[in-house]
Design a binder for this molecule. Sequence first.
Ligand code: ADP
Ligand code: MG
Length: 768
Amino acid sequence: MPIITLSPDGTLALPEEIRDSLSLRPGDLLSVEAVDGSLRISLHTPKEKAEKPMIRKPQDLQHPAELATPIRVIKGVGPRLSDILSKKGMCTVEDALYVLPHRYEDRRELQRIAALRPGSSAAFFASVESAQEMTTKGGRRYFEAIVKDETGSLTLKWFHFHPAFMKKNWLPGRRGIFIGEVSQFGYQREMHHPEVEWAGEGEELAEVMARDPENFGRILPVYPLTEGVTQKVMRKVMRQVVRDYARFVPDLLPAEIVERQALLPLPRALKESHDPDPATARLAELNEGRGAAHRSLAFDEFFFLQLGLALKKRGIALEEGISFQVTHRYTKELTKLLPFSLTGAQRRVLTEIKEDMMTPHPMHRLVQGDVGCGKTLVALMAALIAVENDYQVAIMAPTELLAEQHYLNIRGYCDTLGVTTALLTGSIKGKSDTLGKIASGETQIVVGTHAVIQEKVEFRRLGLGVIDEQHRFGVVQRALLKRKGINPDILVMTATPIPRTLSMTVFGDLSLSVIDELPPGRTPIETKVARESRRKQVYGVVREEVSQGRQAYIIYPLVEETEKSDLKAAVQMAEELSTKIFPDLRVGVLHGRMAAAEKEAVMKAFKAGESDILVATTVIEVGIDVPNVTVMVVEHAERFGLSQLHQLRGRVGRGSARSRCILMTGDRVSEDSLRRLEVMEQSNDGFVIAEADLEIRGPGDFFGTRQAGIPELKVADLLRDAGVLEEARTEAFALVEDDPHFRAPGHDTLRRELIRRWGGRLELASIA
Ligand code: ADP
Ligand code: MG
């Protein structure tokens, strides 16, 4: 088998694999010597290369090398600029290609002075009416010119200038194009330090514009900037990058999809995004990201993300799992024990879960449902199916308090059914006994915190893992729980309604069930925003409810449970309430820093009606269930996200009595915050609130600081491009369905590209 061939022109040609595995580049030196009857070829690495070995992974081979060109190669990019750009993530020309303008400036035609709007940059053609040096009242010298066109006049000002130079150039009657930021001072619009392109004697405007085709007669991109880089520099760099490198970006999507979705080739989409065609482009479309170019780029990005998720999902579906039998032994019993019947939505979701559990593949299902819709019960039903099949179940909750709550809820029913349960949290005593019973299989259902996935916990036969309030656990925890058994079924539950765009990306590899119905007999919670000045009345409401035998929560924000000053404020508040405001009532305090036993005691006492008011931090956010509470006051409501407020609010209105939620804000809270809080007054629907929250805070903050797993997107925007996401998802999932092994021509490239882009981030290492 020949390895090296001698070409007719006398050069030695190495096979591609060898060139690539050695990362050979034109100009590299190879020496050949004979050793024991064979040839030894060695590479003389140039110095620069020795310092920075270019190690390419095999899957990178097909990606065009041109795109890896370092940004410093671009003309005008010196070490300083290359440093700045690299820090912004623009290390290669490919990185740069995907830094898109965030808006555009229309320079196809110049503006008229009358139409100039303050706060925007503008270019207009005018003639100088007057120009002179002036002095401010404070004695500062500046240069002022008045310019006018047929629609009006504008004042130009310079605060740093060269007097002789200005006098010589700014002559009345001289015409030119003026470019700058329009600002408003009182009633007067001004432009400071404008740029100018003078017209020659008798020269037409069209001729002046034609002299500088880079800046006139086209649509200019406006890039997001970092310190030390001007728009002008950025445009210059990008113009070269787009001109010289956009054409190397490969189009990998299958032709049918490109056609069906009417996508532009990527090089063209990139060119159009950076430098729109002045003949056809529409400014509004560009600025709102609605054009074909943006859509094509967003589609490409979403498509590969969804392809990854589709493969991940398929991978799970192909794994061998447990095939449960539904015997109804315990589930029927439980239905009889319940003082109510299941809602239609609960029954539907339960059917979906049962079907998953019966297949011989592991279940990976997300159950979404608004607060109070009865997810816990659905989880318990699923758990009992596993127990009927002689498997163990682990139910994992994000906080000790919530784990305890679940445990107490479940234990009652399980004891009656003769199913054994245990609580496993960090602060449980006598743990070795508990651990022993889990390992022997004596305990059938384990409820706990992340303590459940610790190494020392061993199950005899784990068949089902339930993760409650998923967004506090990452993908890693999901994987760890899975490893406690042999491919157990996984059921994830979340009470945070997740906007569809987010669930399609963050949980895109899970099957989705939605409980979209509340148990009957719930009265909607009445929500009111109240300013500080109404505090007296608010306390009046609390007092009134308590006098009727009801109970109240007063919630204090505690952003992180480690923030001492906040904690002090919450504790102080409880102190003040119990001594000064409600000295005659019984006030309890609950916060995350308390020992578990203490917390439990407080909760128990409150549930038993031994205290009237519970001052608490957000530890009560999830899962706490005391139906007798009819009023909740949230202090500093503006400090919470809407979804979080919705969670909190779900702690009241759990009985049939009318319930109220009062959101307190400071007197000086901003209009924006107020409008945000008004969403809470208007809606009780978790999905509506979640959408509003997402819109206000953006995808990154939606889940709060602890969220991991929202993939970083370069071009696409989850909010604006939701429709594109949906289409890309449909196409990607259909592709994997039709060709799960990527055998069709061209699909192999897709797989490679997928690994290149998302392999590490989506944990796709194992896809084959
Ligand atoms: P979630 O976890 O979804 O917020 P829970 O499972 O804690 O809701 O249920 C809230 C309350 O509603 C509990 O007191 C539960 O017993 C009750 N509940 C659950 N399902 C029903 C139903 N079908 N009919 C009436 N009440 C129900
Ligand atoms: Mg719950």
